[in-house]
Write a protein that binds this ligand. Structure first.
Ligand SMILES: *Cc1c(COP(=O)(O)O)cnc(C)c1O
Length: 362
């Protein structure tokens, strides 16, 4: 099969060296392996800019959704109420999780191209004192919009509520000072900006809040507290761990450090993203999100006026030339998406633009 690079928001294109780590079938109970898990957990705390005394990391099998569901179904107790702030599919997905787990919740929804307003969140919290937790997505991958978690964190904390952030597609690619923002639970996964392969998610959380959640989980396998309790002993996972994924992730963390950590990676993503947006204008293709809220991870593009091609035709043409792009997901406009996270560099963006030029000339 012909290879191509992924311009999708995860899984993404990983380095050869990250993939090569998976050639080893590692034993799970052995000391070396448990040490790798512990090193990963420690390293993630550093990336989140949190102290080891206050925060801890839990690794959870499954994709990112499993991580978010683990947090919501484990920490929002039967006497609690959750406010879900949503402006896209991933925010909405949290409400489906709440439904399934029987969590008492209320929603504050904004359109896919608008950021939730912190004052509005403050008002909702004031009006409904029964709310105990607030959850929201940082980088809404549906649209590519970057939400203002800083402003929302301020009002959530001022009201004394717990703040849960889905930073799936931003953690590692955007600087997030988790302790400064006083975030209680923040979730991401192996196959996004850390540039590993899919197989587990990770949760960085306040130890105190995690401890308080003991016994509240509605699911056995997604019990966040139990997962932590087992892992905390010596790094052994509670159930079979995705060994190959863990080895690849450890390597990906090293490579993130070599690149210059989050600051350097963030700069690369941002520059490539803005270059792509500038270049696409020549084809009459503009972003769905306003520049001020456009994040550096993925861009939703509106089709040019009076276009006479289908997404599939465009996708096939580009794939044939070495890149895979992504269909649109927002509900109120006809769009397609291009991600720029992973092992993607300036030359890839330039090549992609040339491919688009060729496509439009045809
Ligand atoms: C990728 C992603 C998820 C998790 O999706 P999975 O398909 O379970 O990996 C959750 N939230 C956001 C914002 C994401 O980008």
């Amino acid at each position: 099969m012909k290879n191509y690079k992924l311009l999708t928001p995860g899984p993404l294109t990983t380095s050869r060296t990250v993939k090569e780590e998976m050639l080893f079938d590692h034993c799970t109970w052995d000391e070396d392996y448990k040490k790798i898990t512990q090193k990963i957990r420690k390293e993630l705390l550093k990336l989140a800019q949190v102290s080891e005394d206050t925060y801890t990391t839990v690794l959870m099998q499954g994709s990112g959704t499993f991580g978010v569901e683990s947090v919501l179904s484990s920490v929002v107790g039967s006497q609690d109420r959750l406010l879900i702030v949503a402006n896209g599919a991933y925010g909405k997905r949290m409400s489906y999780m709440a439904e399934h787990a029987g969590i008492d919740y209320v929603m504050y929804e904004e359109a896919d191209n608008r950021i939730p307003n912190a004052d509005k969140v403050a008002q909702l919290l004031q009006k409904d004192p029964g709310i105990t937790h607030v959850s929201m997505v940082h980088s809404e991958t549906t649209s590519g919009l970057l939400n203002d978690i800083e402003a929302v964190a301020k009002v959530v904390k001022a009201a004394g509520k717990d703040f849960i952030v889905d930073a799936m597609s931003s953690f590692g690619g955007v600087t997030i000072p988790v302790e400064t923002l006083d975030i209680d639970f923040i979730i991401s996964s192996a196959n996004k900006c850390i540039q590993g392969v899919p197989g587990f998610s990770f949760i960085i959380c306040k130890k105190q809040k995690l401890m308080e959640s003991q016994g509240k989980a509605r699911s056995l396998s997604l019990d966040l507290y139990d997962q932590w309790k087992t892992m905390e002993i010596d790094g052994k996972w509670r159930f079979t761990s995705p060994t190959h994924v863990v080895l690849a992730f450890a390597k990906a963390l090293e490579e993130l450090e070599m690149e210059g950590s989050i600051a350097a990676r963030s700069k690369r993503y941002y520059e490539n993203n803005r270059l792509l947006i500038r270049e696409m204008k020549q084809f009459g293709i503009t972003p769905y999100i306003d520049e001020a809220h456009q994040g550096p991870i993925i861009t939703t593009f509106l089709y040019p006026e009076n276009h006479r091609f289908t997404f599939q035709e465009m996708y096939d043409f580009i794939k044939e030339r070495g890149y895979a792009i992504y269909p649109g997901k927002v509900t109120d406009a006809d769009t397609f998406r291009i991600g720029n996270i992973g092992e993607i560099y300036r030359e890839d963006i330039e090549k992609l633009v040339d491919i688009f030029r060729e496509f439009f000339q045809k």
